[in-house]
Design a protein around this ligand. Structure first.
Ligand code: ACO
Length: 336
C-alpha cells in the first residue's frame, strides 16, 4: 500500500476584475448587499477575446503545478478534471487537457460534482495511487461561470456570487503512509438536486428540437438556479458533519487542524464553521473576497495561495471540505 501526496499546486484566474460596483451598474444590486451577505468584493470574469476557456485555464494551472512537482508530460499517468462549466456538453475537458499538454494517451476522467468536484477528484486520484495503479495523477478544477450567468436583476441572487478561474494539483505516490492524504469522505443527497441546478442542456425536461423551434427568450432553464437560504442551511450542517467525520476517522479533533480550506461558497458559511470549531483566523483560509465562488476551482486556488504564503507547511494537518449542488459534500484530511 502507498499513500498519495500533493507534490505540486498551481492556479490561474483571468486578469479581468469585476467589482461589486461594476455589477451594480448592470443590475439592481449594491456593494453593501453583496459584501454583507457573502463577503465577496470582486471576482474575475473572462473577457471576449482573451482566449480563456475552462480547459485553457485548467491547462495554465496544471503547467504551474507540474513544474512545481518536477514532473513532465511523460510522468502523468492519469487526468481528472472537475467542472460544471465544460467547454462542450460532451466530450468533457479531460481529453482536451490530454491534447493541450501533449500527454501520452493516458486516461482522462471528468468529474461532475460541482462545488465538491475537487474533493471528489482528489478522492478518486488517491484511490488509484493507493492501489499502486498510478504514480502521478493530474487533478484540475476549473470553471468558466461568467458566460452562463443571468447578468440582469432577475439573476442577481446567483450571478453576483460566481467567478471564473482554475486550480490544479499533482498527486504522487508516497511510500510513507503516515504522510499525504490520510482519508477522504464523500456524500450525496439527490433529493435536493433541483435546489441548486442548471436544468438545461439536459435530456430530462426538454426536447432539444422544441428548444430550437421555440427559442423562448424567457427560458431561464439555461441559467443556474439556487434556493439560496435552503442551500445555506444545508451547507453549514453538512460542512460541519463531514469535517468531524474526517477528523474522527484519523483520531483528530478540530484543535489539531493547522489549516482548513473550505470550499469558498460564502464567507458567512466559513465564519460559521470557524466559530463552531473554535478555530483562529490562522487556521482557516478564505479568498472568496477576491474571487467569488469558483466552484470546483475554489479549493485548489485557495490551497495554492495558502501554500504560496507559507501557511501550509510540512507536517501540518490540512483539511479540505466542500458542499454544493447535488447535494454533494466531502472532506479530505492531509498530513502535509
Ligand atoms: N443584490 C441585492 N438584492 C438581492 C440580491 C443581490 N445580488 N440577490 C437577492 N437579493 C434580494 C432578494 O430579491 C430578496 O429580496 P426580498 O426580500 O425583497 O424578496 C433579498 O435580497 C433576500 O434574498 P435571499 O435569497 O433570501 O438572500 P440570502 O440572505 O439567502 O443570501 C445567498 C443569498 C448569498 C445566495 C445565500 O443564500 C447563500 O450564500 N447561500 C448558499 C450558497 C452556497 O453555499 N452554494 C453552494 C455552493 S454553489 C454550487 O454548488 C454550484
Amino acid at each position: 500500500m502507498y499513500n498519495s501526496k500533493i507534490t505540486g499546486l498551481g492556479y490561474y484566474v483571468p486578469e479581468h476584475v469585476v467589482t461589486n460596483d461594476d455589477l451594480s451598474k448592470i443590475m439592481d444590486t449594491s456593494d453593501e448587499w453583496i459584501t454583507e451577505r457573502t463577503g465577496i468584493k470582486e471576482r474575475r470574469h473572462v473577457k471576449e477575446g482573451d482566449g480563456n476557456t475552462t480547459t485553457s485555464m485548467g491547462v495554465k494551472a496544471a503547467k504551474i503545478a507540474m513544474e512545481r512537482a518536477g514532473v513532465g508530460t511523460k510522468d502523468i499517468d492519469f487526468v481528472i478534471f472537475a467542472t460544471l462549466s465544460p467547454d462542450y456538453y460532451f466530450p468533457g475537458p479531460g481529453v482536451l487537457v490530454q491534447k493541450e499538454l501533449g500527454l501520452d494517451t493516458v486516461g482522462a476522467l471528468d468529474v461532475r460534482n460541482q462545488c465538491s468536484g475537487f474533493v471528489y477528484a482528489v478522492s478518486v486520484a488517491d484511490q488509484f495511487i493507493k492501489t499502486g495503479m498510478y504514480r502521478n495523477v493530474l487533478v484540475i478544477g476549473s470553471e468558466l461561470h461568467s458566460k452562463g450567468l443571468d447578468m440582469t436583476t432577475r439573476g442577481r441572487g446567483v450571478s453576483v456570487i460566481f467567478g471564473d478561474g482554475a486550480g490544479a494539483a499533482i498527486l504522487s505516490r508516497e511510500d510513507d503512509t503516515s504522510k499525504g492524504i490520510l482519508s477522504t469522505h464523500l456524500h450525496s443527497e439527490g433529493e435536493h438536486a433541483e435546489e441548486l441546478s442548471l436544468i438545461a442542456p439536459g435530456m430530462g425536461k426538454r426536447w432539444v428540437n422544441d428548444i430550437l423551434k421555440d427559442n423562448h427568450p424567457d427560458d431561464i432553464s439555461y441559467y443556474p438556479y439556487m434556493n439560496g437560504q435552503f442551500v445555506f442551511k444545508n451547507a453549514v450542517v453538512r460542512f460541519s458533519e463531514v469535517i468531524m467525520e474526517g477528523l474522527q476517522a484519523n483520531n483528530l479533533s478540530p484543535a489539531d487542524i493547522d489549516m482548513l480550506i473550505p470550499h469558498q461558497a460564502n464567507l458567512r458559511i466559513s465564519q460559521f464553521i470557524q466559530q463552531k470549531f473554535k478555530l483562529s483566523d490562522d487556521q482557516v483560509y478564505n479568498n472568496i473576497m477576491r474571487y467569488g465562488n469558483t466552484t470546483a476551482a475554489s479549493i485548489p486556488i485557495a490551497l495554492t495561495e495558502a501554500w504560496e504564503e507559507g501557511r501550509v507547511k510540512e507536517g501540518d494537518t490540512v483539511v479540505l471540505a466542500a458542499f454544493g449542488s447535488g447535494f454533494t459534500w466531502g472532506s479530505t484530511i492531509i498530513r502535509w
